[in-house]
Write a protein that binds this ligand. Structure first.
Ligand SMILES: [Zn+2]
Length: 280
């Protein structure tokens, strides 16, 4: 087995000089204010006029009663994406959002036996069924604004895996790691990082084992993987900080840990960008 680790830039920016500018936490247009992380994997909260129609990446955003909304950027989001707002007076504006580009850790492993690369058919059947249930859970888009809460860590412990890293096995790029891994013993508590509605409870998915989805509203959803026990039911509302599950080592893992992920629709958000630094 040959292991090569390389750090490379996913997209080389020709606007390197603009990097500092795009890291600023606010981008403003005339009648709309945006706050957040303008970086791949980042999430942004907007404030506009009530009744406005806001679109980003072909999604029409759900506005809160106060005119707030949320959107985010995928791991490999381009340098710029447009936010379009149509106000109730009929006028509209298009705001180009500058997105800072990141570097991710990429590891190449060659010479693996082929069964580790492509699962057999009976496993594929199970994986497809898991994916169908995941798709159905993600299709729940709620007109709620729990995403406005300041997110907290669902578990406090050593970070053993980060967002964006990727392995290339026998030359085939695998799905990048979209979560943050927190290494703690089986049975350690997992709490809701923000309030929401439980959308998926599954005891034993092939890859992710005990799996839980928590919907924070308007297309923003947390996932918690490899759980040993789940304390909540689908459709249940949970408040931020409430115990929802126990950490485990279920699914395809080598040891007990929590893998916490966040989606905004199909975009993978980096959970570490939503919370303060991990407490010591
Ligand atoms: Zn993980």
């Amino acid at each position: 087995m040959i292991v090569k680790t390389a750090c490379f830039k996913a997209v080389t920016s020709i606007f390197a000089g603009a990097m500092l500018f795009v890291s600023l936490s606010t981008q403003a247009a005339d009648r709309t204010k945006l706050d957040g992380r303008f970086i791949q994997g980042g999430m942004v909260i907007g404030q506009t006029e009530k009744g406005a129609k806001v679109t980003f990446q072909d999604h029409e955003l759900l506005l809160s009663d106060e005119g707030q909304f949320v959107f985010g950027f995928h791991r490999d989001a381009p340098e710029s994406q447009n936010l379009t707002i149509t106000y109730t007076d009929g006028s509209s504006e298009t705001i180009p959002i500058a997105i800072e580009q990141r570097e991710y850790n990429v590891q190449r492993i060659d010479g693996l036996p082929s069964k580790q690369v492509s699962p057999p058919e009976e496993i594929m059947v199970r994986i497809r069924d898991d994916n169908r249930q995941i798709g159905e859970a993600r299709a729940n888009i709620t007109d709620e604004d729990w995403y406005l809460e300041d997110f907290i860590w669902p578990s406090v412990g050593p970070i053993s895996g980060i967002y964006g890293s990727q392995r290339i096995l026998n030359g085939q790029p695998r799905q990048p790691h979209y979560g943050i891994d927190i290494a703690l013993p089986t049975g350690s508590p997992v709490v809701a990082p923000a309030s929401g509605i439980i959308r998926l409870v599954h005891d034993d998915m092939y890859f992710s084992g005990g799996t839980l989805f928590l919907d924070h509203g308007a297309g923003l959803m947390s996932a918690f993987l490899h759980l040993s026990k789940i304390h909540v039911k689908e459709g249940q509302f949970v408040k931020q900080g409430e115990l929802i599950a126990d950490i485990g080592a279920t699914g395809r893992v080598t040891g007990a840990h929590l893998d916490w992920r966040i989606n905004w629709f199909e975009n993978r958000i980096d959970p570490a960008l939503l919370v303060p630094p991990m407490p010591k």
